[in-house]
Design a protein around this ligand. Structure first.
Ligand SMILES: *[C@@H]1O[C@H](CO)[C@@H](O)[C@H](O)[C@H]1NC(C)=O
Ligand SMILES: *[C@@H]1O[C@H](CO)[C@@H](O)[C@H](O)[C@H]1NC(C)=O
Ligand SMILES: *[C@@H]1O[C@H](CO)[C@@H](O)[C@H](O)[C@H]1NC(C)=O
Ligand SMILES: *[C@@H]1O[C@H](CO)[C@@H](O)[C@H](O)[C@H]1NC(C)=O
Ligand SMILES: *[C@@H]1O[C@H](CO)[C@@H](O)[C@H](O)[C@H]1NC(C)=O
Ligand SMILES: *[C@@H]1O[C@H](CO)[C@@H](O)[C@H](O)[C@H]1NC(C)=O
Ligand SMILES: *[C@@H]1O[C@H](CO)[C@@H](O)[C@H](O)[C@H]1NC(C)=O
Ligand SMILES: *[C@@H]1O[C@H](CO)[C@@H](O)[C@H](O)[C@H]1NC(C)=O
Ligand SMILES: *[C@@H]1O[C@H](CO)[C@@H](O)[C@H](O)[C@H]1NC(C)=O
Ligand SMILES: *[C@@H]1O[C@H](CO)[C@@H](O)[C@H](O)[C@H]1NC(C)=O
Ligand SMILES: *[C@@H]1O[C@H](CO)[C@@H](O)[C@H](O)[C@H]1NC(C)=O
Ligand SMILES: CC(=O)N[C@H]1CO[C@H](CO)[C@@H](O)[C@@H]1O
Length: 719
């Protein structure tokens, strides 16, 4: 070991001499951990994604992460934000990756940069810019030249940018780790040998960029040397099959603190005790890097979330959507980190030994040559507290828990013993909009065939037609009625997310799908005119898909339209001449922007028609609530749509899609303070129909003060 350290220090010295960089840190690894400047490390990391909050929020989030005992902030890089058109880059505002990394550096933490550039992440199209779809001959994420060109191009762009800013640890910056690809092991089989060739290529390409810091591939058991294979999941202490070489450390890149939530789904509550148990088990079994996914989830602003994902992201993380402490999670993990850090030298230098302490109990001990010793006592029994004998003392272990003994004698932490009190979210209403005079409205238009210019004798695929410029695509048809009946059933099959049918400008009915079942049908009795009829069907998506093989070949939109008079007589309309309109009129006019909002004839608020799709835009203004508390709109009186504040979209909402308990999956929608002026902020909503804007409220969000209800109970010793 000593020779090793010596060599490392010489290397660092040489590096510093040759590059003249001060503070450059050599990052390597061995079978035990990452090695930074010759030192092994147990590192706690947390995911915070820069575009899911605002630059104004970053310093506070990072400070709270540091206070919570994290060493590293992990983020993905969001390709579709940065390269919206080929070769045209955007790194401004929430996309300021360099600014985010520099803030982390300024606060003394490290960065784990997951470039991907496929990231999944419940992010629109898994992070791919949609223009990739139109590259001739492209097949994503396999041994395909066009794809590899663009993947290498973007990866190189990001790596060069980091180098130019001196952000790699090897240059004195904070980045100690980089990731290429993402959970590719999940889909590799679909590509056969081309998949394995692609993994080889991706590893070589990444390593060839000479970042001076190690690369990882997560959920990629065969990650080629020197790329480290890492674990993602909730219980990596149990499930990880281990590094694929004795020279690689055990690292956990995604330990899910909760789980993403879809419309129609309930929040996934993962207890602080359960997270602590699995993190501790992973460390007891030689794990040396644990990342919390997410440490702060934040907000999917605009249309950035992937199919059916709600706008709030991992609100149940240790820092909630607004960046407020979620207790006891944050505090419990902070104490865990401190307990492990107090004996990390012993864990990293000591020899590990494990032994049985009972039928469902086991122990792990790390002993150094100098006699220093640390122990983990594990009770896998979910139902019972048990007393075990260890080193001539008895220890009481709570059900399903691990006690950490940094000196092999005194219990510093037990994963099931909460020393942190829960807190509660407080919603304070600051303004309502209950007066009819507060609002103006603008009725969007239902286009008929004659209003459209894009035509096709087939049902077009939706994503390829909208190019993701809008969630909406109108399918319109002029129908000469040659049927034997005037009251057929309109039968529509869709593989998008919602569909609303209009006949002769009258709303007939609609339906939606869900995250798990990829298509749905409409069966609507309609009444036709004897001669010409207009059929207009609005197909909507709530985000593009973000996962799976062959993403470029996915089909969304209508796949079958028929009129049925009887079982025997039906008219298939798939190959009729359809007229298309991408997006709603209000979107084309950008009625949510300040400038254009004045071009439009807004009218007094009309009556609300429940159960009808009207496509109505609503507009009002509000003053910013005083103070620093985060701000949120309660949209529980609305139906489905999107909301803009001062021209910036705060995301989609979908109140009508109830969860299994009969509640909307998300009622509160974050309005970052940095989107606001002191007064006269504009709020514009597009509601698909049935919402009541009079019951919207503007609120501030806070949590109960930890000091007020802190439990003063002494920490039990269990001996
Ligand atoms: C990326 O591709 C563009 C052309 O599309 C080229 O101008 C640029 O130099 C490439 N960048 C890298 C880093 O390969
Ligand atoms: C931990 O690492 C040691 C070698 O340092 C090895 O003997 C032991 O089997 C490892 N334990 C686990 C659980 O992987
Ligand atoms: C429990 O909380 C108290 C009060 O904050 C603190 O002094 C003590 O160190 C905590 N115990 C552990 C094991 O962290
Ligand atoms: C030690 O740990 C290994 C790996 O988890 C396990 O297979 C083995 O049964 C353990 N030994 C004892 C004595 O518990
Ligand atoms: C046993 O406990 C003594 C203190 O009583 C401690 O010094 C020693 O390291 C422990 N050894 C083991 C193997 O747990
Ligand atoms: C346990 O205690 C006995 C006597 O009480 C002593 O002989 C033995 O060495 C102790 N073992 C350890 C591991 O400390
Ligand atoms: C996408 O649309 C273009 C026309 O805009 C068409 O040429 C192409 O075949 C379509 N691709 C797919 C996969 O549907
Ligand atoms: C279509 O128009 C005809 C005549 O204008 C009307 O009788 C019929 O009810 C309309 N159908 C629907 C579904 O609105
Ligand atoms: C529509 O046209 C396609 C291709 O031209 C053909 O395969 C399909 O069978 C037709 N569908 C109907 C219902 O006629
Ligand atoms: C206003 O709308 C027009 C189309 O009516 C559009 O060309 C223009 O870009 C819009 N202006 C803004 C600021 O969005
Ligand atoms: C709203 O409804 C009332 C009573 O039902 C009716 O008198 C009024 O004309 C309606 N207003 C609008 C704008 O439709
Ligand atoms: C690898 C691993 O631990 N995966 C788990 C992640 O969490 C989900 C949800 O609880 C489990 O189903 C996986 O087994």
């Amino acid at each position: 070991m000593e020779k090793w350290v010596c060599l490392m220090m010489m290397l660092v010295a040489i590096l510093e001499l040759s590059f003249g960089v001060k503070g450059a840190e050599e990052v390597t690894y061995d079978g035990r951990s990452l090695i930074i400047n010759g030192q092994r490390n147990i590192l706690f990391s947390g995911s915070i994604h820069y575009p899911r909050s605002t630059p104004q929020m970053w310093p506070g989030l990072i400070a709270k992460a540091k206070q919570g005992g994290l060493d590293v902030i992990q983020t993905y890089v969001f390709w579709n934000l940065h390269e919206p058109q080929p070769g045209k880059y955007d790194f401004s505002g929430r996309n300021d990756l360099v600014g985010f990394i520099k803030e982390i550096h300024a606060q003394g933490l490290y960065v784990s940069l997951r470039i991907g550039p496929f990231i999944e992440s419940e992010w629109n199209y898994g992070g791919f810019p949609f223009w990739l779809h139109d590259v001739p001959g492209i097949v994503y994420r396999t041994d395909n030249e066009p794809f590899k060109f663009y993947m290498q191009n973007f990866t190189t762009k990001i790596v060069n940018m980091m180098k130019e800013e001196g952000l790699y640890a090897s240059q004195g910056g904070p980045i100690i780790l980089s990731q290429i690809e993402n959970e590719y092991g999940n889909i590799q089989k679909a590509f056969g040998t081309a998949g394995s060739q692609y993994v080889e290529w991706a590893a070589k390409m990444a390593v060839g960029l000479n970042t001076g810091v190690p690369w990882v591939m997560c959920k990629q058991p065969d990650a080629p040397d020197p790329v480290i294979n890492t674990c993602n999941g909730m219980r990596c202490g149990e499930t990880f099959t281990g590094p694929n070489s004795p020279n690689k450390p055990a690292m956990w890149t995604e330990n899910w603190t909760s789980f993403y939530q879809v419309y129609g789904g309930v929040p996934y509550i993962r207890s602080a005790e359960d997270i602590a148990f699995h993190v501790t088990l992973f460390v007891a079994r030689n794990g040396s890097f644990v990342n919390y996914y997410m440490y702060h989830g934040g907000t999917n602003f605009g249309r950035t979330s992937s199919a059916y994902m709600i706008t709030g992201y991992y609100d149940q993380a240790p820092l909630d959507e607004y960046g407020l402490f979620r207790q006891p999670k944050w505090g419990h993990l902070k104490e865990l980190h401190a307990a492990i850090k107090s004996c990390s030298t012993t864990l990293l230098q000591g020899v590990q030994r494990n032994f049985s302490l009972g039928e469902l109990q086991e122990g792990y001990v790390f002993e150094e040559e100098n006699g220093k010793c640390a122990a983990f006592l594990i009770n896998n029994d979910k139902g019972n507290t048990v007393t075990v004998q260890f080193n001539n003392s008895s220890y009481k272990l709570l059900p399903k828990s691990i006690s950490i003994l940094p000196d092999c004698q005194n219990v510093a932490f037990n994963t099931a013993h909460l020393n942190t009190t829960s807190n509660r979210r407080i919603i304070t209403s600051r303004q309502n909009f209950s007066s009819v005079d507060d609002w103006k409205q603008f009725q969007d238009v239902i286009p008929n065939f004659d209003d459209t210019s894009l035509r096709s004798d087939s049902l077009l695929e939706q994503m390829n037609t909208t190019k993701d410029k809008s969630d909406y695509l109108w399918y319109t048809l002029r129908l000469e009625n040659n049927l034997s009946c005037n009251d057929p059933i309109l039968h529509v099959q869709s593989s998008a997310h919602v569909a609303y049918a209009f006949v002769n400008n009258t709303y007939i009915g609609g339906e939606h799908g869900n995250h798990d079942v990829k298509s749905f049908t409409l069966e609507l009795p309609i009444t036709l005119n004897e001669r010409t009829n207009n059929i207009s069907i609005l197909s909507g998506m709530v985000g593009l898909p973000d996962s799976g093989a062959f993403l470029e070949k996915r089909f969304a939109g209508l796949n079958n339209v028929e009129l049925q008079c009887s079982e025997q007589e039906s008219l298939n309309l798939n190959n009729s001449t359809w007229g298309y309109q991408v997006g709603l009129l209000g979107e084309q006019l950008k009625v949510y922007t300040e400038q254009n909002s004045t071009d439009i004839k807004w009218t007094q608020l009309g009556n609300i028609t429940i159960d009808e799709v009207t496509l109505t835009w609503y507009k009002t203004t509000f003053d910013t609530p005083k103070g620093d508390d985060p701000i949120a709109l309660d949209l529980s009186s609305m139906a489905k749509g999107e909301a803009w504040v001062n021209g910036q979209s705060i995301g989609r909402y979908w109140i009508l899609f109830l969860d299994s308990k009969g509640n909307p999956s998300q009622s509160l929608y974050h309005v970052p303070r940095s989107f606001l002026k002191d007064s006269e902020n504009s709020l514009v909503l597009l509601d698909e129909g049935g919402g009541n804007p009079l019951d919207i409220s503007l609120n501030t969000v806070s949590v109960t003060d930890l000091q007020d209800n802190f439990s003063k109970l002494p920490f039990p010793t269990y001996t």
